[in-house]
Design a binder for this molecule. Structure first.
Ligand SMILES: Cc1cc2nc3c(=O)[nH]c(=O)nc-3n(C[C@H](O)[C@H](O)[C@H](O)COP(=O)(O)OP(=O)(O)OC[C@H]3O[C@@H](n4cnc5c(N)ncnc54)[C@H](O)[C@@H]3O)c2cc1C
Length: 243
C-alpha cells in the first residue's frame, strides 16, 4: 500500500491552472514576452518550462511547451517567437492581449535546470528563442559565478532581451548568421568560436545548449570535439528547423 501511495504521488498529473495576461512586452518584431498572473503558481527553477493549452470555441485544443523566461520568485514570464505558419505561436504573439486567459501547467523538468548550488562556471549557448531559459539562468546567477552566453541569431534586430544582454558586456557574445555589423561577430557558432570565447574543458563549466534541433546537435558535436565531458552538457530542443 505504501509503495502504491508513493507511486501515485510520483505519477499525479500536474494540474491545469488559469493564466491571465498581466502585461505584454514586444522584444523584437517577431517575439513577445507575456507576463502572467497564475493563481497558486509554485516557485519554478531556472531552465524549467510550462505546457500551455488553448481551447477553441468548438472545443478543439492545442498544447505547446514554453520555457520560463523569468527568475525563480519573479512573476511568470514566457517569451514566444512567431512561427509564421504555426498553429499556436501566431495567436500568442499577435492576438493575445492584457486580460486574456488561457490554461497552463507546470513548472516541468528537472534535467535542463540550473541553480546556484550547482556551481559554475556557466557556459550557455543559444540559437534564436533558445535564449529564453538561459536568460532565466543568467538572472538566477549570483555575481561570483562566472558565466558566458554565446547567442546565435539571424540579425541584430532579432536579438531578444537586447538591452539586458548588452548590460552584461563581455559575458555575452552575439553572433549574427545573416548579417554583418561592425563590432558584432558574424557566422555560425562552431568549435573555433567556442574555443575562443567559451570556458575550456579544464575549467569544467556547466554547459546548457538550447535552440532548434539542428543547432543543438551541431553545438553538442562541437563541444565533444573540444573535449568537454558529455555529462556536463545539457540540451533542450525547441523545434525542427535550423537557423
Ligand atoms: C521544452 C520546450 C520549450 C520551448 N520553449 C519555447 C520558448 O520559450 N519560446 C518559443 O518561442 N518556443 C518554444 N518552444 C517551441 C514551441 O513549443 C512551439 O513548437 C513553437 O511555438 C511553434 O508552435 P506553433 O504551434 O506556432 O507551430 P506548429 O503549428 O507546431 O508548427 C508549424 C510549422 O513550424 C515548424 N516549427 C515548429 N516548431 C518550430 C520552432 N520552434 N521553430 C521553427 N519552426 C518550428 C513545424 O515543423 C511546422 O512546419 C519550446 C519547445 C519545447 C519542446
Amino acid at each position: 500500500m505504501a509503495g502504491a501511495a508513493v507511486l501515485g504521488r510520483l505519477e499525479a498529473p500536474l494540474a491545469w491552472r488559469v493564466a491571465t495576461v498581466a502585461a505584454v512586452r514586444e522584444e523584437t518584431p517577431r517575439v513577445r514576452t507575456l507576463v502572467l498572473d497564475v493563481d497558486g503558481w509554485p516557485r519554478h527553477r531556472a531552465g524549467q518550462h510550462v505546457d500551455i493549452r488553448l481551447t477553441a470555441e468548438d472545443g478543439y485544443q492545442a498544447e505547446r511547451s514554453y520555457s520560463v523566461a523569468s527568475a525563480p520568485g519573479d512573476p511568470l514570464e514566457l517569451t514566444v517567437e512567431l512561427v509564421e505558419d504555426g498553429e499556436v505561436s501566431p495567436y500568442l504573439v499577435e492576438e493575445l492581449d492584457v486580460g486574456d486567459v488561457f490554461e497552463l501547467r507546470g513548472p516541468i523538468g528537472g534535467y535542463f535546470v540550473w541553480e546556484p548550488g550547482h556551481g559554475g562556471p556557466l557556459l550557455l549557448i543559444a540559437g534564436g528563442s533558445g535564449v529564453v531559459p538561459l536568460r532565466a539562468m543568467l538572472r538566477t546567477r549570483p555575481s561570483d559565478v562566472p558565466a558566458r552566453l554565446v547567442y546565435s541569431v539571424r540579425t541584430l534586430g532579432d536579438v531578444i532581451y537586447r538591452d539586458e544582454l548588452d548590460r552584461l558586456g563581455g559575458d555575452v557574445v552575439v553572433t549574427l548568421t545573416r548579417e554583418q555589423r561592425e563590432s558584432r561577430r558574424s557566422g555560425r557558432v562552431d568549435a573555433e568560436l567556442l574555443r575562443e570565447v567559451g570556458f575550456g574543458p579544464g575549467e569544467a563549466p556547466r554547459i546548457f545548449v538550447c535552440g532548434p534541433t539542428s543547432f543543438v546537435e551541431a553545438i553538442a558535436s562541437a563541444l565533444v570535439e573540444l573535449g568537454h565531458a558529455p555529462e556536463r552538457v545539457r540540451t533542450e530542443r525547441f523545434g525542427p528547423t535550423g537557423r
